[in-house]
Design a protein around this ligand. Structure first.
Ligand code: SF4
Length: 347
C-alpha cells in the first residue's frame, strides 16, 4: 500500500481546527477510497470522563475520531460537529488520526500523577476500525499498557484486534485485560444496510471464539438492539444462541438510543429503507434519545432469559468493570476534542 494524494496539490494542510502541524491525506486503494485522514499530533491522550457520566469507567483512550465502520446509528456522530464536520457522511469518511498516540500514552502512564487506573478503549469510536490497519497505533498503545501493567478494556466491532492477539496475551499476563465485542444482531440484510463498514456479525463472533481459545475471555455487548428490525423473539434467540456458541463469557443487551447527531442520520436512513417504520420510531422515541423504560426492560429480560437458557451471564468485566477513584490526569487535548466533555458512547 502506498500514500496516494488524490489532490493535485500533494499533502494538504488540515483544517485550522486540527492545528498547524496537521496533515490531510487520502489513499487510492479500494479499502480507503473516499476517505480522508487528518493526521494530528495530539497534546494528550488519556481522557478523564466527566463525573456526571453514566459510563462505568473514568479514563478512556481514543486514538481516532470518526469511524469508517459507518454504523448509521452511531452514538458518536455528534462529536464530529465539534470539529466543524457534519455528523453524517463526514463522520464516516473524515477520520482524525492521533499519530503520536503510542508515544503520548507511554509518557502519560509514566507521569507522576498517574495512579494506574483502568483505561477503557473503544468507548467513543472503534480503535480497530479500518484505519488502524494502516496506522497501527494500537500495538504501541497496548505495548505501553503492558509495560506499565496498566489495566484496560477494549470494546470493538473490528476483527483487526486479532492482529494484536500476542500483545493482548502478554498484557493479560501482567494486568487485567477485558475485551468485549459488539454484536447487536446477526441478521445479514440488516447488517449490510445499517452497519455497512463493519465486519459481518459472524466474523465478529469469530473474534470472540479465537480470543476465548487463546485464554482471553470475551464478553459481547449486544448493542444496539434495534426496535422493529432486530428485536423479534426469534431474532433475539438467534443472536444470543450465536453469542453463546462463540464462547462469550457474557452478554449485555442495550437497546438503540438516538442522540442528536445520530438521530437525524438514522431517521433519514429509516425513511429510505423502512419508511413504514418512521411513525413507529417517532412514537417510541418521542420523549428523547432513549427507548421507553418498558421497552428497555423487556429487551433486557428477554435477553437475560435466553442467556440463562444458553448458559451465559450478564457482563462482569470488560467495558463494565469497576474502576478506582479518580486522580488528576492530562486532559487538555480531549477537552479540545469535546468542549462539553460528553462524547462518550458505546459501540
Ligand atoms: S458504532 Fe462503533 S463501530 Fe459503528 S461507527 Fe460508531 S464507533 Fe464505529
Amino acid at each position: 500500500m502506498r500514500w496516494e494524494e488524490l489532490s493535485d496539490e500533494g499533502p494538504r494542510a488540515a483544517p485550522a481546527l486540527f492545528g498547524t502541524s496537521a496533515v490531510t491525506r487520502t489513499f487510492d486503494t479500494p479499502e480507503f477510497r473516499g476517505i480522508t485522514f487528518h493526521e494530528v499530533r495530539a497534546r494528550s491522550l488519556v481522557n478523564k470522563v466527566p463525573g456526571a457520566s453514566r459510563m462505568p469507567f473514568e479514563y478512556t483512550v481514543n486514538p481516532y475520531r470518526g469511524c469508517t465502520h459507518a454504523c448509521v446509528y452511531c452514538f458518536a456522530r455528534r462529536t464530529h460537529s465539534y470539529l466543524d464536520l457534519d455528523t453524517g457522511e463526514d463522520f464516516d469518511s473524515q477520520i482524525v488520526v492521533k499519530i503520536n498516540a503510542p508515544e503520548l500514552i507511554r509518557k502519560e502512564l509514566s507521569g507522576p500523577r498517574w495512579r494506574g487506573q483502568h483505561i477503557a478503549m473503544g468507548t467513543n469510536v472503534d480503535c480497530y476500525q479500518r484505519a488502524e490497519g494502516r496506522y497501527r497505533l494500537m500495538p504501541g498503545i497496548l505495548t505501553a499498557l503492558r509495560d506499565y501493567a496498566n489495566p484496560f478494556s477494549i470494546l470493538t466491532k473490528g476483527t483487526l484486534i486479532l492482529r494484536d492477539l500476542d500483545l493482548l496475551r502478554s498484557a493479560a499476563a501482567v494486568t487485567d485485560v477485558g475485551v468485549s465485542v459488539s454484536v447487536g444482531f446477526t441478521d445479514e440484510e440488516l447488517w449490510r444496510t445499517v452497519e455497512p463498514g463493519t465486519p459481518a456479525p459472524e466474523r465478529r463472533l469469530d473474534v470472540v471464539r479465537v480470543l476465548a481459545e487463546h485464554g482471553i475471555p470475551c464478553g459481547v455487548l449486544m448493542a444496539p438492539v434495534i426496535p422493529f428490525l432486530g428485536d423479534s423473539p426469534a431474532q433475539l434467540r438467534t443472536t444470543v444462541r450465536a453469542i453463546a456458541a462463540a464462547g462469550a463469557t457474557s452478554v449485555t443487551p442495550l437497546a438503540l438510543h438516538l442522540r442528536p447527531g445520530a438521530r437525524e442520520w438514522f431517521m433519514s436512513w429509516l425513511g429510505t429503507h423502512h419508511p413504514h417504520l418512521v411513525r413507529h420510531y417517532e412514537a417510541l422515541y418521542s420523549n428523547g434519545p432513549y427507548a421507553p423504560t418498558w421497552y428497555q426492560r423487556r429487551i433486557t429480560r428477554q435477553v437475560h432469559e435466553l442467556a440463562a437458557e444458553y448458559g451465559l451471564g450478564p457482563s462482569s468485566s470488560g467495558a463494565a468493570r469497576r474502576i478506582e477513584p479518580p486522580a488528576p490526569v492530562l486532559t487538555e487535548d480531549e477537552e479540545s476534542d469535546s468542549p462539553r466533555g460528553t462524547q462518550l458512547t458505546l459501540l
